[in-house]
Write a protein that binds this ligand. Structure first.
Ligand code: ADP
Ligand code: MG
Length: 300
């Protein structure tokens, strides 16, 4: 496209809340044959909430929540915020006048798995199955059943282990964006396929994918895995757009022919992307591709 055409399209995009950083993105977007969507915060609202609580030990419910919140209060993860919010509410309901989080030492983040720390003499683990297994915490049938059940319902199961035993779990749900299914189906009508990639587990990922009409899913994928998946598609000659919001999406956003960041996402993702969807609305994935198509047709 000519510099003028790029300028016009960029201006038009900006007025519609689609920030296009330079001519390359505009040149590439019309060739896109596959759109790879991150799950959490991209296809979903990214505002998870606790919808269930199950205890597997006789640790009192208040203590259980307080200890879980103590670990999660140190984390920036949206799931952590949901757990803290829930603990706070529960604490208020019980009318306690003590702090709803206890003191925690040796806080550690386990990427794609959860968090850990010490409360008093006790080790506290909050996260998924992978986290529990890495600390040799046995789940047992009752816990396994609860995990499968919640995941089948498109929830993420957050396990809480205290002193080497699973004391309980939270079922956390993150609703899908209202426009997600419509966008996937419209892309299909444009002959563009959609793929989901996520760090979350296979069962939850598959349940969410089904809700939005995506049939290709890559779950339990780390940031480098997300980028590699895109490179593999490119090696087959497919032009790929990646849509994501998280720090864990940035290598993939850079690798893609067009990286699109959700406006409400992290700064790292916004910086890594070629296009920023200011309104955080997935419809604007189509707006960006359309804009590119129109710009390039005009000069032919
Ligand atoms: P995504 O790619 O979906 O944004 P992440 O890579 O951030 O997911 O995390 C993958 C999984 O690790 C989460 O679905 C959750 O099960 C677990 N996890 C990560 N951080 C936390 C946390 N702070 N508390 C509980 N679980 C966590
Ligand atoms: Mg995300």
């Amino acid at each position: 496209a000519t510099p003028t055409a790029v300028m016009v399209a960029t201006g038009k995009g900006a007025s519609q809340g689609v920030l296009i950083k330079g001519g390359n993105a505009l040149e590439n977007a019309h060739k896109v044959k596959t759109v790879v969507f991150d799950k959490t915060g991209t296809l979903t609202e990214g505002k998870p909430m606790v919808v269930g609580l199950k205890r597997f030990s006789n640790v009192p419910i208040q203590e259980f929540c307080t200890v879980a919140a103590a670990a999660e209060a140190n984390s920036e993860h949206p799931i952590a915020k949901a757990v803290v919010k829930y603990a706070k509410k529960l604490h208020q309901q019980y009318g306690s006048n003590t702090e709803y989080v206890t003191e925690l030492r040796d806080f550690e983040v386990h990427l794609g798995a959860g968090v850990s720390g010490n409360v008093g003499e006790k080790l506290v683990l909050v996260g998924n199955r992978k986290l529990m297994l890495s600390y040799n915490v046995q789940l047992g049938h009752e816990v396994e059943d609860y995990v499968s059940e919640t995941e089948r319902l498109a929830c993420t199961c957050v396990l809480v282990a205290i002193d080497g035993k699973v004391a309980g779990a939270f079922a956390v749900t993150d609703p899908v964006k209202p426009e997600a299914e419509r966008v996937v189906s419209f892309l299909r009508s444009m002959n563009i396929s959609s793929i989901m990639v996520t760090g979350d587990n296979w069962a939850t990922a598959s349940a969410i994918a089904k809700e939005v009409g995506i049939d290709q899913v890559f779950a339990e994928t780390d940031p480098i895995g997300k980028a590699n998946m895109i490179k593999e598609l490119q090696m087959k000659g497919v032009a790929v757009a990646m849509v994501g919001d998280g720090i864990n999406d940035s290598p993939a956003l850079v690798a893609a022919d067009v990286g699109m960041a959700i406006g409400a996402g992290t700064n790292v993702a916004i910086e890594a992307a070629d296009v920023v969807l200011i309104k955080s609305n997935l419809e604007d994935v189509i707006t960006a591709i359309d804009l590119s198509k129109k710009t390039l047709n005009r000069i032919r």
